[in-house]
Design a protein around this ligand. Structure first.
Ligand code: 5GP
Length: 348
């Protein structure tokens, strides 16, 4: 129990606006509505949802509160602080730049995050910070192009923080913009792509993974994949995809609580963690949206440990192997490995 909390962990799958805690949301609400007394009621309505679609509505609430550079700054600062308090030593945050008319440009959105990172570097030196610029597949080609251009420009200026792109957003719509991602990769950015998150409904009887899209993503070979929920050796029509995934050796970011709460996986026991772990495929644990799903990275480790019977050694190995999947520099990776090994020695 305490071990999961104490472990020096690496968070590789966290969306900024989904990570905001209730305390941060309340603070932002007060900043936006200094005279209102009803923050609690307004914010409490965000708690209940029953599908991935519902969960996407919840993001609207966080988004309605992060409409100025100041709010984005506070969101980032608080989120880093909370991860640090959970003994996360490396945080790769991801976020979709948003422009709000008259209040904020996409450029200012990213600058606010970097400004918070700079201050966190002094305030919380035990956590190393990186940012992935997200592309929301629902927002279309032009927005994807803009975000990639923005990411490339920021990458030139702040290579210590901006390390890659994340393809996310509502998987029920939109496209994967692989040709645009190819351009970004040529510019030196790493790519993390959400993959096979939901089933395509062909009739009321058959739910199958969106095979063509998944194959296209796997062929593109992103540096990491998110979820891969519908790639299972036991699912009808999915064993081909499972073998393709194993052959690709691309690390998969797994978010247990998120998948259960969004009901894309029915039980922890049947989570794809089991199959990927047993196959020895590279995996790491992430929170996805710790605010929305009321979780923490320690809690995700606890669930993995109790559901799949992971021992101390295996939990440490999960942390150690995550280092390899980060988008950090070689020197940074060595420092992270050193931290975990030091902890491991202290345990024995
Ligand atoms: P933001 O990018 O605004 O900082 O964080 C919230 C956004 O992250 C959401 O609007 C959505 O685009 C993306 N996101 C968060 N969780 C998930 C998830 O589980 N699946 C996908 N595909 N996108 C997500």
């Amino acid at each position: 129990e305490n071990l999961c909390q104490a472990l020096p962990k690496l968070e590789l799958h966290a969306h900024l606006n989904g990570s905001l805690s209730m305390d941060t949301l309340k603070k932002l609400y007060k900043m936006q509505n200094p005279n209102s007394k009803s923050s609690e009621d307004t914010l409490m309505s965000i708690k209940n949802f029953s599908s991935l679609g519902e969960c996407f509505k919840v993001f609207n609430i966080a988004h309605s509160l992060t409409t100025t550079p100041e709010a984005v700054f506070h969101s980032t600062y608080d989120t880093v602080k909370e991860f640090k308090e959970d003994n996360v030593i490396y945080l790769e945050l991801r976020s979709t730049p948003r422009a709000i008319e008259g209040k904020m440009t996409k450029q200012e959105y990213v600058e606010a995050i970097i400004k918070a990172f700079e201050i966190c570097k002094t305030d919380f030196p035990s956590i190393l910070l990186k940012l992935l610029i997200s592309i929301n597949r629902k927002q279309g080609y032009k927005a994807a192009q803009d975000n990639i251009e923005l990411a490339i420009n920021f990458f030139k200026k702040y290579p210590q923080y901006i390390v890659g792109l994340d393809l996310s957003g509502d998987p029920m719509t939109g496209s994967t913009f692989l040709e645009l991602l190819r351009k970004a990769r040529l510019a030196g950015l790493k790519i993390a792509a959400h993959c096979a998150e939901i089933y395509q409904m062909l009739s009321h009887l058959s739910h199958v993974p969106n095979e063509t899209e998944t194959i296209d993503i796997l062929k593109f070979k992103p540096d990491r994949l998110g979820h891969c929920t519908c790639i299972h050796p036991t699912l009808q029509g999915s064993s081909k995809l499972f073998n393709l995934l194993l052959d690709s050796k691309i690390p998969v970011e797994l978010c247990l609580t998120s998948n259960i709460q969004c009901k894309t996986v029915s039980t922890y026991e049947s989570h794809q963690f089991k199959y990927l772990f047993e196959a020895g495929h590279p995996i790491c644990l992430g929170t996805d949206d710790k605010g929305v799903f009321h979780t923490s990275l320690s809690h995700e480790y606890k669930i993995a440990s109790s559901t799949f019977g992971l021992k101390q050694e295996q939990l440490l190995k999960l942390c150690l192997s995550s280092v390899e999947y980060t988008f950090a520099t070689l020197e940074e990776k060595q420092a992270l490995l050193y931290e975990i090994e030091k902890f491991s020695k202290e345990c024995n």
